[in-house]
Design a protein around this ligand. Structure first.
Ligand code: NAP
Length: 248
């Protein structure tokens, strides 16, 4: 029986690449998206045409009722869950903190933090050996921004990823004896559309000379770390972080 994996924000970027790699490694998939319906459908078709088992579910991860409906769909389609990749996340326009509004902070924290919490909670309820599950793995998408701080660009985003780091450590400790491992990856500058959405499509190329490896990273390179943390190859690894940042 193949393992079942939920990837949030799977329509584009790191999430979509993680879906391709996970399918190739034999996972059955629930692919979540919010707005990019055409891209999500295209991904679904390419996976199912290749013989992989996958479903698509549109949900805003920050909305409790939509997350609950998504998990009900997983329950009825697959009847089990083995892993969650908490990947959905947003960046707002580059700005100094002094220009930011409370609404902006709430939007960023709502999607990046509350969304990850809601998805993790439902995953634990299903995977915990205490509630009859078989255990599993959660991989959260943090960011090197949590350590660097996002000055003059996205202190709000960096703070949201700092919260993800704390949740990763705390939840790993809570569920370590319930068969569930919780880890995070911390990408650096990765070529995806998230930078264009934040107002600077060429951001990775502008900053790449500050990366020790002198280049930006690719979604497939992040996906490899995610898949390792999901796999049995990392069976004794929990509450830990992998930087995928070229040394930055
Ligand atoms: P991206 O290309 O902008 O893709 C973001 C994905 O998240 C999309 O599939 C989007 O879905 C989904 N999403 C956004 N808000 C959502 C919501 N409320 N509910 C459900 N889905 C939602 O971003 P990315 O660069 O691949 O980033 C993926 C993760 O890696 C994020 O957590 C990000 O913070 C983190 N990260 C990225 C970088 C980087 O340099 N790219 C660096 C560090 C960390 P729709 O398009 O369908 O709305």
């Amino acid at each position: 029986m193949s393992k079942v994996l939920l990837i949030t924000g799977a329509s584009r970027g790191i999430g979509a690449e993680t879906a391709r790699l996970a399918a190739a490694r034999g996972y059955s998939l629930c692919l979540n998206y919010q707005h990019s319906e055409a891209a999500a459908n295209e991904l679904l078709e390419s996976l199912t045409d290749g013989g992989h088992r996958a479903i698509l579910f549109q949900a805003n991860v920050a909305e409790e009722s939509e997350v609950a409906a998504m998990y009900r769909a997983i329950d009825s389609e697959f009847g089990r869950l083995d892993g969650l990749v908490n990947n959905a996340g947003i960046l707002e326009q580059q700005s100094d903190l002094v220009e930011m509004t409370p609404d902006r902070w709430r939007r960023v924290l709502d999607i990046n933090v509350v969304g990850s919490f809601l998805c993790a909670r439902e995953a634990v309820r299903r995977m915990s050996t205490r509630s009859g599950g078989d255990g599993g793995a959660i991989v959260n998408l943090s960011s090197r921004a949590a350590d660097i701080g996002g000055a003059h660009e996205y202190v709000d985003y960096a703070a949201s990823k700092g919260a993800i780091d704390a949740m990763t450590i705390g939840l790993a400790k809570e569920v370590g004896d319930q068969g569930i491992r919780v880890n995070a990856v911390k990408p650096g500058l990765i070529y995806t559309d998230i930078h264009a959405a934040a107002g600077e499509a060429g951001r990775v190329d502008r900053l790449k000379s500050a990366v020790p490896m002198q280049r930006g990273g690719y979604p497939a390179e992040v996906a490899e770390a995610i898949l390792w943390l999901l796999s049995e190859a990392s069976a004794y690894t929990t509450g830990s972080f992998i930087d995928v940042s070229g040394g930055r």
